[in-house]
Design a protein around this ligand. Structure first.
Ligand code: GSH
Length: 296
């Protein structure tokens, strides 16, 4: 037996040391802010505080989709929250999201402004506000919300379970990788069966359910999440692949993926977004060396 399987938990757990792994330095067992830091405020009705992870991308894709449909009220400022530097524990961010996780949004079109946290709640808030990307009929709406909540319940198995133990854990523990691989492959099979006879998750129409599921299970198909496509035999989920490619080809999806992204090719990184033209002029490859330094 190695150390990983022979651990005997103490009677009461205490916070003595970092647990190791990629996110160890930001993990803490207590809530609340660690420092005073008001959130910046831009000129648009919607203020987003986020990072280009799958949960962040859900929101920026929906905002870009709404703008593509002509909803001017969906204009937004997207500010970068660097979770590896602890920005999520700043006082202003904690006011917007007491759970200290991106994404968080403040809707200034209401008086007083409305804070919304949890990516699923933000998608629903926006879909209801603009009456778009959510079916009107009760049955369609129930189906859409079912898949939206399926994603919110499933992603922790994919990210917190599989992704953590496969890609980030300081040691590779077979039991943990097996347990979460089993569940993630089951989830992929659920999607594959459903997408075999549905174009999108809720039938013929692209909705917030697709927007929520795609950055996680769609990205797995392209090997861009945890580099696990081969391990999970992603290409065998043929219907998920077809659906993932169809969504990836949307302009709003390509734009949404760039916002608050701080890794990958510089031309795909738009650290902050304040105007539609920023996609052409403000990506990292367009910045002068001095500007790049200042933004990091
Ligand atoms: N259920 C939340 C999960 C959000 C979440 O886990 N965000 C991560 C990045 S993807 C985060 O902010 N982590 C920072 C931390 O854990 O301190 C949602 O969907 O909004």
């Amino acid at each position: 037996m190695d150390d990983a399987t022979s651990y005997t938990p103490p009677k009461v757990w205490t916070w003595d040391a970092e647990s190791g792994g990629k996110f160890a330095s930001i993990n803490r067992p207590i809530a609340g802010s660690t420092h005073e830091k008001p959130l910046p405020l831009g000129k648009h009705p919607l203020q987003l505080y986020s990072l280009g992870t799958p949960n962040g991308v859900k929101v920026t894709v929906l905002l870009e989709e709404l703008l593509a449909l002509g909803f001017e009220g969906a204009e937004y400022d997207a500010y970068l929250i660097n979770i590896l530097e602890g920005d999520q524990f700043g006082s202003g961010f904690v006011d917007a999201n007491p759970n200290s996780k991106i994404p968080a949004m403040v809707d200034h079109s209401t008086s007083p402004p409305t804070r919304v946290f949890e990516s699923g709640a933000i998608l629903l808030h926006l879909a209801e506000k603009f009456d778009a990307f959510i079916p009107d009929d009760p049955a369609g709406r129930a189906e859409c919300l079912s898949w939206l909540f399926w994603q919110m319940g499933s992603a922790p198995y994919l990210g917190g379970g599989f992704g953590h133990f496969y890609a980030y854990s300081p040691t590779r523990i077979e039991y943990c990788i097996d347990r979460f691989t089993m569940e993630v492959k089951r989830q992929l099979d659920v999607l594959d069966h459903h997408l075999a006879d549905h174009q999108y998750l809720c039938g013929d129409t692209y909705t917030i359910a697709d927007i929520a599921v795609w950055p996680w299970y769609g990205e797995l198909m392209f090997n861009t999440l945890y580099e696990a496509a081969e391990f999970l035999d992603a290409q065998s989920y043929t219907h998920v692949n077809r659906w993932a490619r169809q969504i990836q080809s949307r302009t709003a999806v390509q734009r949404g993926k760039m916002v608050n992204r701080t890794w990958g090719p510089p031309e795909g990184q738009l650290h902050e977004r304040h105007n539609a033209s920023d996609f052409e002029t403000m990506t990292e490859d367009k910045k002068t060396p001095g500007e790049v330094e200042a933004s990091e």
